[in-house]
Design a protein around this ligand. Structure first.
Ligand SMILES: Nc1ncnc2c1ncn2[C@@H]1O[C@H](COP(=O)(O)OP(=O)(O)OP(=O)(O)O)[C@@H](O)[C@H]1O
Length: 249
């Protein structure tokens, strides 16, 4: 099992209750997290990254609970997180921004500086390493975000809508990155894009209104698609069936 939530409750200060006593263990491997807008995917990933603390309940990974005194630092070293909104750090180059993420995770400056170039190379941005991150396109900036999670050796990688705005060639690069990552880490990806689901992931988890509506292998998810679904649209069919047919993307 990978990251596990136990009776987790979360509500935003001036917002709704997003999770209400959620207990769920993510499977190991490559997992795609699907769900309608507002389902709580971003909140769930931010809690798994220890960026948000549950109001009640616990989250644990690799025997570590970030809420326990003395375990937060070790927990964060194990976890790479790409938030939904990547902001360029003013004045920093891409290499500096990626190296900074490594340094925050406990790498030495020297290690982080070297690893940053390698990570940028893996997302096809080696040539942009010395350009200011603020001068990148939205899709390029997302790739910097992915590089920030690759720069250190995470055992759990959480990617929140990493392929939004990527061109088809870059989506291909992303598939390879996930494949490589999964050799040494569990990977959880929140997305609304399902065209290449069976090529990239082992497991599917569907969240709706803070509740897990489905968790299973890609094959099990496929089996939920109604028999009359067009073959290229089986994931949409399965998703609608899991959510009772009433929810749109
Ligand atoms: N900072 C915030 N303050 C108040 N409410 C928030 C905040 N962030 C999110 N919410 C609310 O929490 C709920 C869950 O939002 P969340 O972003 O986790 O959903 P999501 O599944 O990631 O959605 P999407 O697919 O649109 O990105 C929504 O009702 C949203 O309006």
């Amino acid at each position: 099992m990978s990251v596990a939530f136990a009776t987790c409750t979360y509500r935003y200060r001036r917002g709704p209750v997003v999770l209400d006593g959620l207990s769920f263990g993510f499977p190991s491997g490559r997992t795609v997290l699907l769900g309608p807008n507002g389902a709580g995917k971003t909140t769930l990933l931010a809690i798994a990254a220890s960026a948000l603390q549950p109001r009640a309940g616990t989250v644990a990974f690799a025997g570590l609970d970030p809420a326990i005194r003395g375990q937060l630092r070790a927990y964060r070293r194990q976890v790479g997180w790409m938030p939904q909104h990547i902001a360029p750090v003013p004045g920093m180059t891409c290499r500096e921004q990626v190296a900074y993420a490594g340094w925050l995770k406990g790498m030495t400056r020297r290690e982080a500086w070297g690893a940053a170039v390698e990570a940028l190379g893996r997302v096809g941005l080696a040539k942009k390493a010395d350009q200011r991150a603020s001068a990148l396109s939205g899709g390029q900036l997302r790739r910097v975000g992915v590089a920030q999670t690759l720069v250190h050796d995470s055992r759990l990688v959480l990617l929140d809508e990493p392929t939004a705005g990527l061109d088809p060639a870059q989506r291909g690069v992303f598939r390879k990155v996930v494949e490589q990552l999964s050799e040494s880490a569990d990977v959880i990806v929140s997305t609304h894009q399902t065209e290449d689901l069976s090529e990239v992931y082992d497991h599917v988890v569907v969240l709706s209104e803070g509740t897990i509506r489905f968790s299973g292998t890609v094959k099990e998810f496929h089996a939920r698609a109604p028999a009359d679904t067009a073959s290229g649209r089986w994931a949409e069919g399965a998703y609608a069936a899991v959510l009772g047919g009433g929810e749109a993307w």
